[in-house]
Design a protein around this ligand. Structure first.
Ligand SMILES: [Zn+2]
Length: 383
């Protein structure tokens, strides 16, 4: 029992030192001891181990506080890589990401709506390429997938677009590549990326609403993804907002996705205007900016439904940092204003106070970064 406790303390101290070095550009052993309240001997022993593992290196000297100037330590961002893939769009994307979230290599594969075993083979093709390209050891493989993901057992319970049910992806990939494998829902990972690499890094709680062909969200609480009791937290796209509305991919009718996704907006505009030109957000952008009546009506209505969904979140869990990502952000500030007004109209004023709703600044690599962040957090425990 005593031995177990000692081992536990050792692991705890080790993590503490690694995290402290990771959180700084460069830092001396003395400063680590001061910040962690560990003895200088303990810090020195752990640092020696990290130097040996190649995770940390010595990088010049710092300012002297009177005596000998201290040697500074820095985290080796390229010591290991994470192989990440994102299956949430029409194009399967892959990347090798270093320990600071920099993409060192990217690849993609047009999936042409492939499902079932063909989709799985595409995952292997992408990962084979990434694994053979990696020039540093792999800390792990991380997969961002649409659908309900049992993250505890590494099983994709249901991914409609890929036609996967109870897909034991973690086991399959672990057997094939012999490295730790992590998987999670793409929207949950988008939220984690926001926490780890976004512009509000200090926000310990946040919600990310990803709006594209589908709608989903991710919730980060105290720096960790909130997966939910049944791994379906954030599945707001399938909240019914209209009785007997349009049929949805989930089998229900009138879900948020059927009125506020880019797919729904474009489909509605093609029908109303009898114009097949409306195929992407970019095709409606100019009309929206110029105040084209029907286009504004459809787009702003979608914005109000998104506002309603956000208001439900704000009223329930009172998280103040809300980010919106996905192709929808091309619609710019006027669209965001519609969403904000609706949140203010629908939610309790007190809950809304200090709530910030903004577009994510992470760009197209957003989900891949989230996949990397999952390994940095769960395998390397860097945050
Ligand atoms: Zn639905």
């Amino acid at each position: 029992m005593e031995k177990a406790t000692r081992q536990h303390t050792k692991e705890h101290n080790f993590r503490l030192v690694v995290r402290t070095i990771y959180a700084h550009e460069s830092i001396s052993r003395a400063a680590i001891a001061r910040l962690t309240h560990l003895s200088r001997t303990t810090v020195s022993d752990i640092v020696s181990e990290l130097l040996e593992q190649g995770l940390v290196e010595e990088t010049g000297t710092g300012e002297s506080a009177g005596g000998k100037p201290p040697i500074l330590l820095k985290f080796c961002q390229d010591a290991q890589l994470v192989a990440c893939i994102d299956l949430s769009s029409d194009q399967f994307r892959g990347a090798l990401v270093n320990l600071r979230g920099r993409l060192t290599h990217q690849s993609s594969l047009v999936s042409r709506g492939d499902t079932g075993n063909t989709a799985l083979q595409n995952v292997y093709i992408l990962l084979d390429e990434l694994v053979s390209t990696a020039n540093s050891p792999l800390a792990g493989i991380s997969v961002a997938t649409p659908g309900i993901v049992d993250t505890a057992n590494g099983i994709i319970r249901r991914a409609v677009n890929l036609d996967w049910a109870d897909q034991p992806l973690r086991q399959l990939l672990q057997d094939r590549y012999q490295v730790p494998v992590f998987l999670a829902n793409d929207c949950n990972l988008a939220a984690l990326a926001e926490y780890m690499f976004g512009e509000m890094k200090q926000a310990t709680n946040l919600i990310e609403l990803k709006v594209g062909r589908g709608i989903g969200s991710g919730i980060v609480i105290n720096g960790q993804i909130h997966f939910g009791d049944g791994f379906a937290a954030g599945e707001i796209g399938h909240l019914q907002v209209i009785d007997n509305g349009q049929p949805c991919t989930c089998g229900n009718r009138g879900c948020l996705e059927t009125v506020a996704s880019t797919h729904a907006m474009l489909q509605k505009l093609r029908t109303i205007l009898k114009d097949d030109q409306y195929v992407s957000i970019d095709t409606i952008l100019q009309d929206y900016q110029e105040g084209h009546q029907e286009v504004c009506q459809v787009v702003n209505q979608a914005g109000r439904y998104l506002g309603l969904a956000i208001a439900a979140f704000v009223s329930t869990i009172n998280i103040q940092n809300i980010f919106i990502s996905g192709p929808i952000i091309r619609l710019g500030e006027p669209f965001l204003q519609v969403i904000r007004s609706e949140v203010e109209r629908c939610a309790l004023n007190l809950a809304c106070t200090a709530t910030s709703i903004r577009y994510s600044s992470l760009g197209s690599e957003h989900v891949l970064l989230g996949a990397a962040a999952l390994v940095l957090s769960q395998e390397l425990e860097l945050f």
